[in-house]
Design a protein around this ligand. Sequence first.
Ligand SMILES: C[S@@+](CC[C@H](N)C(=O)[O-])C[C@H]1O[C@@H](n2cnc3c(N)ncnc32)[C@H](O)[C@@H]1O
Length: 218
Amino acid sequence: MMNRFQPFLARQLGNPSGWFGRLLLRLLNRGNANLNDLVLEALQIQSSDGQSAIADPHILEIGFGGGDLIAKLVASGQPSKVVGVERSPEALQLCQRRFRRQIAQGTVELHQANAEALPFPDDAFSHICTVNTLYFWPSAPQVLAECHRVLCPGGRLVVGYASKAYLERQGLTQHGFTAYETAEVEALLRAAGFTAVSTRDGGDRAEQTFCTDGVVPA
Ligand SMILES: C[S@@+](CC[C@H](N)C(=O)[O-])C[C@H]1O[C@@H](n2cnc3c(N)ncnc32)[C@H](O)[C@@H]1O
């Protein structure tokens, strides 16, 4: 039973669809709360004196799923705009409903798009974040090149993910997940042109979560 369910779950995690996808998106919001908080902290939207570290922050989230990180970014009151891209129509519809007020006000903007081809001009964002999505990227260098392109000089990218060991234990790497060691993620960011690359440990013993961030040279 478990063996038949694993490939289905892996596919759903990479592209939630149907009633199961809608349920999964809600469960992911709960399960990924700690990692979302770690990513929020690593974004450094606010400097230590409580001021905005960058003038007029514009933030992009790639693969927003059920939208909890978007909600946290909006609630922080820092970014003037939060933009999200998702390839799953189910996730897009769920979040279009969830954020209908902010969308009407122009503080949230959601798009159906692939991370490999971001539908934005160069230098459009000050920050980009993405949580538990890199396992599904067909080409991590291509996605990171796109992130570099749409970030302005001095802009920051934060990637949140679970450890390779955890994903292997869950049997997900046998079903299409590409898992990375932290050193591999750091090397990918450097190869894409990011500097000041570093990794935070989520301190989650069971899942072993990390987030790696880097900056586009000013
Ligand atoms: C495991 S879920 C994580 C959702 C959310 N970030 C969270 O942590 O709860 C992965 C999400 O990334 C989206 N996704 C995966 N690959 C993508 C890509 N290449 N471009 C855009 N979205 C992608 C999927 O549709 C899915 O909603």
